[in-house]
Design a protein around this ligand. Sequence first.
Ligand SMILES: Nc1nc2c(c(=O)[nH]1)N[C@H]1C(S)=C(S)[C@@H](COP(=O)(O)OP(=O)(O)OC[C@H]3O[C@@H](n4cnc5c(N)ncnc54)[C@H](O)[C@@H]3O)O[C@H]1N2
Ligand code: MOO
Length: 620
Amino acid sequence: MRNTRLDDVPIQEALDQWSQSFTFRRETETLPIAQARGRMTAEPVRAQASTPPYPAAAMDGIALRAEAVSDASPSSPVQLREGRDFTYINTGDPLPRPWDTVIMIEKVTEIAEGWVEVTEPSPPWKHVRQPGEDVAQGELVLPDGHRVRPVDMGALLAAGVERVAVLRRPRVAILPTGSEMVPPGTPMQRGQLREFNGTAFAGYLEEWGAEPVYRGIVPDRRKAIRHAISEAVNSCDIVVVNAGSSAGSQDYTPQVLREMGEVLLHGVAARPGRPVVLAVVRGTPVVGIPGYPVSAYLSLDWFVRPLIDQWYGQESEVSPTLSARLIREVRTKTGAEDFVRMQVACVDGQYVAAPLPRGAGVTLSMVRADGWLRVPPSSTGYPAGERVELELARSPQEVEKTLFLTGTDDPLLEELGALMARQPKGWSLAQMVTGERDGLNMLQQRECHGVAVDGEGWSEVVPSDSPSLIQIHLAEREIGWITAPGIQVRQADDLLQPGLTFINRPAGTETRRRLERALAGSYPSDWERSIPSLWKAAAAVGERTADVTIGPRSVAQELGLDWMPLWREPFSLILPEEVFKSPAGQALLKILRSEAFTHRVAALGGSGSVSWKVIRQKGR
Ligand SMILES: Nc1nc2c(c(=O)[nH]1)N[C@H]1C(S)=C(S)[C@@H](COP(=O)(O)OP(=O)(O)OC[C@H]3O[C@@H](n4cnc5c(N)ncnc54)[C@H](O)[C@@H]3O)O[C@H]1N2
Ligand code: MOO
């Protein structure tokens, strides 16, 4: 029987309920200091020995008795004989009896072989490190419940402690399920998917202080899932079952968990990540995590990270937040808390933010997210222009080092971004694909740093009160039809062939406008179907969910798709003069003039050389 009804419990409530329904059996283990970094001490640690273990010279010089020079002065220097009155000593050497003070070598004058002269007194124990100055035997080095840092490792060894008792890390079993899943590195057949959530889970768990135990892919068979969970609860402290949590005919996780133990809930009031299952089997917490990567990583963060904190008895970390102005509206449905991945930029000292693609399966949207916007269940979202509080995924410093572009995209911009990141100052480049008119308006509103444009037609849509602008010509690029094998498209009219499916460029782009002019009024039925990312549009052609799209040769070449030339066009960046002159603008310019960039342009099938001109002077 399928389970089609989901609960709608708020995340915190679900977590509170679940975390009270089991108790962890924490254990300690003893580790050599070199392996203890990041681990939590299980008991107070006291010094076993003193460092230094004996009085030691703190400076290079001579060791002597303080008494011998108590009356020394420039007018009555004291002469000392080696062996009888002093010995030479180096920093760290033990101070032999009867010496009780050290004078730095710079303050000593050699007057003859074996004789020195001193012109000032040196009180007892000056420049001498006392035994235990660093750490004394019996002293408390670390309390219990302390995370061992590199400095602590040094102090422990200084204190003569060679092994330390730490809490064992909680063992978290990872059980990816799905008969269609294959391990990375295995040749794939159609219908199969690469299993990657398990590896990402292991990475997160290690970062949070747990020991991931990857237990291999479990096929979608009830018995197999049951067996795998049973073994995992016997040997691990927390069990994570991935996928099979929803309403599909093969989604067995909730059902099996009900048979094996107690299911506290199936379904939380959150989007994405709704079909979570929280259960306890033989005293061990088991969580069923939805399969889609974004949902999966979020649910792991909501339900497994706090358990690891609970294991260690520590407070959960709070993400840093930042206030930003929305440059695009965020619409949500009521009834669940929405987690919207956001792109954040700092333009003219002000933080601006826009939502990234919302699909729960869009892994890259999570890779590119600078932060999260949490929209409460009662809200329907926020209009553009609103100030919102974001949870950051990158530091504000990193955000400030990002040049944020709008307009049309091209693989060349990705190359440019990679070259920017290699600069010593670590600039990065982010893009939001928009039409040119949109991009230029955003530039005007100080919502981006620059706009990537095709051709020259964009100049007609520059707002009249625009700031001074610089056009940087990057390359001539070739635009053409990207087609699946066997598809013949030569001119715009060919798009009207019955049954042919097409993916357009987004509204407002010059490429789409040109095509629109060529079609002169009669459009294919799927004219409005567009995908902002060139790569995703071409991948759709590669997989035959469309027959043709339009784009630069470089994309077709990279994916091994057919390509028919249409036109060549200049591809440029439009930057306000102040951005052009800023350190980021100058870093960009340096790259554009570099040989590495010229090579990349050529490799991508572009040509021409970089040049720039002022195209609009404020007040004209
Ligand atoms: N009729 C309904 N269908 C779905 C519902 C619903 O309420 N009613 N919920 C949707 C939501 S929301 C989510 S989230 C998914 C969750 O589905 P499952 O947890 O059952 O996951 P699967 O269907 O097995 O897998 C979905 C998808 O996730 C990717 N995946 C899964 N495991 C891995 C892995 N180990 N590594 C990488 N990627 C993985 C893969 O693309 C799967 O196709 O259900 C909706 N459906
Ligand atoms: O929970 Mo699903 O993750 O909304 O996509």
